[in-house]
Design a binder for this molecule. Structure first.
Ligand code: AKG
Ligand code: MN
Length: 215
């Protein structure tokens, strides 16, 4: 397949999703291991790794500034700015590859997204601490479509009150949709792993509510 064909290709997946609350209260997720065909997922990985404007941000936690343990890039509609871990993120304009993937996620989830946070974990030393995507700009019950490319990493959920845990390995080309009260009641993160030596890209498509900032 030519690179340009990648973005003309459209498909649906027949694979049965893992869905619902999985017996864990308020964990409202759907997991589709085969969301992207293998070949397309690999082409996308190469394209995004080579072309996105990856930056290692600094984050401030309890007054101390650290280098973030991964690379990040933020793309979206011009007005979809967002505060993430205390950082005001101004989106870069959509690339062709990201727009194509956004369209696939929108068709699947039946809602619109206006931004995406891309994370590049260079190896198992890169990680993301436990957190929830509960910023006010995302609204009360955000729908977040999370596409994973590259090496499989474990995605950990931990209930904010009970401490219940649920671990979901996210495979190459998979889609995890988080919705309902998931962000309200659960934290999630990607733990370090000494065994992992190759990279992973994750893309979380989000709908930022645009507020009138009096401008
Ligand atoms: O890499 C992942 O799967 C998680 C990304 C994430 O939680 C986020 O970007 O907020
Ligand atoms: Mn998150």
């Amino acid at each position: 397949m030519q690179q340009s064909d990648l973005f003309r290709h459209s498909f649906s997946t027949d694979a049965e999703p893992v869905t619902g609350t999985l017996g864990l209260s308020d964990l409202d997720i759907a997991y589709h291991a085969d969301f992207l065909p293998e070949q397309i997922a690999s082409r996308l990985f190469d394209k995004l790794q080579a072309t996105l404007d990856w930056k290692q941000e600094s984050i401030t936690i309890y007054g101390k500034t650290h280098k973030s343990p991964r690379l990040q890039a933020w793309y979206g509609d011009l007005d979809a700015s967002y505060t993430y871990s205390g950082l005001e993120m101004i989106p870069l304009p959509w690339t062709e590859a990201l727009l194509w993937l956004k369209t696939q996620c929108e068709a699947h989830c039946n809602i619109g997204f206006n931004s995406v946070l891309a994370n590049l974990y260079r190896d198992g030393q890169d990680a993301m601490g436990m957190h929830s995507d509960d910023e006010k700009e995302l609204g009360e019950q955000p729908v977040i479509a999370s596409v994973s490319l590259g090496v499989q990493r474990n995605f950990d959920f931990k209930h904010k009150v009970t401490g219940a845990k649920y671990r979901l390995p996210l495979s190459h080309g998979s889609l995890l949709v988080m919705k309902g009260n998931t962000q309200k009641h659960w934290n999630h993160g990607i733990a370090r792993s000494k065994k992992i030596t190759s990279p992973r890209i994750n893309l979380t498509f989000r709908q930022i509510k645009i507020t009138d900032r009096g401008l």
